[in-house]
Design a protein. Structure first.
Length: 299
């Protein structure tokens, strides 16, 4: 469902742009150059979608190449479907290419950064914000302890949790279910959050203060605020917890197949990147003991 929402949101922005430019409603008259114009708008415009303030801050910055690639993939999938269904004879995107972004170095949160975020949650809990403090702390610990994707996190329902065993059922990509586990610390945090969570008819685990389900944007915003309050200036947001889980799991268990299952990956390509990231960290740590320049003993 989250994937469908993501595709729908991207296509909605494409339609907004088409209306703003006065393009024809007849898809048969849509050209490659109009789609190139849209992708150029996404790439270069710093105040997109006609937004001005009030939560539109994310549209004030130039998008990354990865985000641009996402728009390209969504439009490609859509027009491929349109052609298959016979609505168009030819895909207007046939001549457009957007290269895959080069993989970035994986940098997990360090222990001090995690502790500082959790300290902010404890502060809120102890200063008359028990719901927010307990919820945010439980969320951080679930992300840290499982490495679930943001869409998987928000898809967790009350009936998916077995807090006695520490098992949580998540729905991954392609509608594939899997069971992940959380340790005693996270189990305790979940139990505390559930005592303050609104006792309404909503079955979604993560709710707002108003008792409504948290959204992807809502979680991204709250992590951003927590980092700012904790004085954390490093890049990355929710997905970085997934990297943190993976690298730390490999420190204890080098079985890449276990990690592949827990992360819900269909192949080992991404797992190999985590293995390489772990090797990089270990090598850099080893250098602190083996630096040839430091061995000179110069003052």
């Amino acid at each position: 469902m989250r994937t469908l929402e993501y595709y729908r949101d991207n296509l909605r922005r494409f339609l907004w742009y088409a209306r703003e430019r006065g393009w024809t409603d007849d898809a048969r008259l849509l050209t490659e150059w109009e789609i190139r114009e849209f992708l150029g708008y996404v790439s270069a415009e710093t105040q997109r979608w006609g937004r001005e303030g009030n939560g539109a801050e994310t549209s004030y910055h130039k998008v990354s190449h990865s985000t641009l690639r996402h728009y390209f993939v969504v439009l490609s999938c859509f027009f491929n479907w349109v052609v298959r269904e016979g609505f168009l004879e030819q895909n207007p995107m046939g001549g457009i290419k957007v290269a895959k972004p080069k993989p970035k170095v994986i940098t997990p949160y360090d222990t001090e950064e995690i502790r500082r975020m959790l300290a902010v949650c404890d502060y809120d809990y102890n200063h008359n914000a028990k719901f927010l403090g307990s919820r945010n702390q439980a969320m951080i610990l679930v992300l840290l302890d499982t490495g679930v994707r943001l869409s998987e996190l928000l898809g967790i329902r009350l009936g998916d949790i077995n807090n006695t065993k520490g098992h949580i059922k998540v729905l991954g990509k392609g509608g594939k279910e899997r069971i992940v586990r959380v340790g005693k610390t996270t189990q305790k945090a979940l139990w505390r959050y559930l005592t303050y969570r609104s006792q309404n008819d909503r079955q979604e685990l993560w709710l707002t203060e108003e008792g409504m389900p948290l959204t992807i944007t809502g979680v991204q915003s709250l992590i951003k605020r927590l980092k700012k309050r904790a004085g954390i200036e490093s890049d990355g947001s929710v997905h970085r917890f997934r990297h943190t889980f993976a690298v730390n799991f490999l420190r204890v268990d080098r079985n890449v197949f276990n990690l592949q299952y827990l992360l819900g990956h269909s192949g080992l390509d991404m797992v190999r990147r985590y293995t390489a990231a772990l090797g990089m960290e270990d090598a850099l740590e080893a250098h602190t003991k083996a630096s040839p320049a430091d061995a000179l003993g110069l003052k």
